[in-house]
Design a protein around this ligand. Structure first.
Ligand code: FEO
Length: 401
């Protein structure tokens, strides 16, 4: 078990969990995750963030490779969510730091999670500086990126930004740096997965924050999840990718998600898909039975259109589609074209309900929903194809500009 020196006398001391799958109870991390923590050795010794609950031992072992943990003077908590502070109590117990720094709003979450502790906590605000000897930590609050208490720590002498959740990804690997990771597609996919399932609702804040990050002299961004962005090329890449994801400019690609009872809605989904692809819009169909809601959300990162299908069930939408709609709506995607379809035995409310749900996400709905009773025949399949064609035409127009 090693500490990894990422800059002279600055060490990664985090925990890699190859078996973690359920990230925060709502998002899947199919290949595990990493909680990063950083140890800075200067005249004053600093630990920036801790690790997931249950892994304090790993953190302490890595720290002990560098120095006795009791030598830590300061702990910085950039964000109080427990994937970063789950080991805080054990670490404080062992290190007995002189001070623990949190953001102004971090005081509240600190008091909530760790009530009754008599810890030497001090709140900092944007621009506050912490002198370590030969280095300075400058704090920058990043409220609602993605919690009220979130902040980042900048060390100008090292051109290093400790960015907490921002720019992170759920990757478990022995590689510590993006440039050491052998699958760049996978890396970008995991960035999109993290953004689209966690950061997306705060895209307006991202767009306000990126210029602040760009105004700093940085050649390394070390997030609290996954790989570290090393070198100016990597820093520029991740900032540009974040801007692209936050802007949500239309992309000429579509996502269809659906559920089915007796395969009627499934046949409709494939007919809608034909209408899209035959009109120049590459499309992915994802069954909600076979794809986790967070995987479907990740796919939306590359899609300017989204179409939902469900048979009518008890005058409503099938439960897994309803859950997907609810999840997607909470993440507030912007600037999408939508479409809805579904089969029914008798009452047939589902397509209209889906149409309304997507419209409530501010999606442009170029066509009325398509409903089919019993099994889709030639006319119903033609209507589905037309729905795909209509969405394709609207999307292409929007992409053109
Ligand atoms: Fe918001 Fe990685 O915790």
């Amino acid at each position: 078990m090693q500490a990894v020196e990422i800059k002279k006398d600055i060490f990664w001391v985090g925990h890699v969990d190859f078996d973690h799958r359920d990230f925060h109870g709502y998002s899947r991390c199919p290949d595990g995750t990493t909680s990063n923590a950083y140890l800075i050795k200067d005249k004053k010794i600093v630990l920036a963030d801790t690790v997931m609950p249950g892994h304090a031992g790993t953190l302490l072992c890595r720290m002990a490779k560098v120095l006795p943990p009791e030598k830590v003077d300061y702990i910085i908590c950039n964000h109080m969510e427990l994937d970063h502070q789950g080991a805080l109590a054990e670490i404080i117990e062992r290190c007995k730091p002189e001070k623990i720094f949190v953001s102004q709003l971090g005081l509240k979450s600190m008091a909530g999670y760790f009530a009754g502790r008599n810890w030497p906590v001090e709140a900092v605000k944007s621009g506050d500086k912490l002198d370590l000897g030969s280095r300075t930590v400058i704090f920058q609050e990043t409220r609602m990126l993605h919690w009220p208490d979130s902040m980042v720590s900048y060390i100008p002498q090292e051109k290093l930004l400790l960015s907490n959740d921002i720019f992170g990804q759920n990757i478990a690997s022995t590689a510590r740096f993006v440039d050491d990771y052998d699958d760049q597609w996978e890396f970008s996919h995991r960035i999109k997965e993290y953004y689209y399932n966690i950061v997306l609702p705060y895209s307006a804040t991202v767009l306000k924050t990126l210029p602040i990050v760009e105004s700093l002299d940085i050649d390394m961004i070390a997030p609290d999840h996954g790989l570290i962005h090393r070198g100016q090329k990597a820093v520029k890449f991740i900032i540009d990718l974040y801007r692209e994801m936050a802007e949500q400019k239309p992309k000429q690609r579509a996502l269809i998600f659906y559920d089915t009872m007796w395969r009627s809605t499934e046949k409709m989904a494939y007919a809608v898909c034909s209408g899209l692809e035959e009109n120049g819009v590459p499309t992915r169909i994802m069954s909600v039975k076979h794809n986790h809601h967070s995987a479907i959300m990740t796919e939306l990162a590359d899609c300017g259109a989204v179409l939902a299908g469900s048979p009518t069930h008890n005058n409503g939408i099938l439960p897994l589609v309803a859950a997907q709609i609810n999840y997607m709506g909470g993440l507030r995607p912007q600037n999408r074209i939508g479409g809805a379809f579904g089969s029914c035995g008798w009452s047939g409310e589902s397509p209209k309900l889906l149409q309304k749900s997507l419209a409530d996400m501010s999606m442009e709905m170029p066509q009325d929903p398509v409903k089919c009773q019993w099994s889709p025949g030639k006319d119903a399949l033609k209507a589905c194809h037309q729905l795909g064609a209509s969405v394709a035409a609207t999307l292409k127009k929007r992409c053109a500009g």
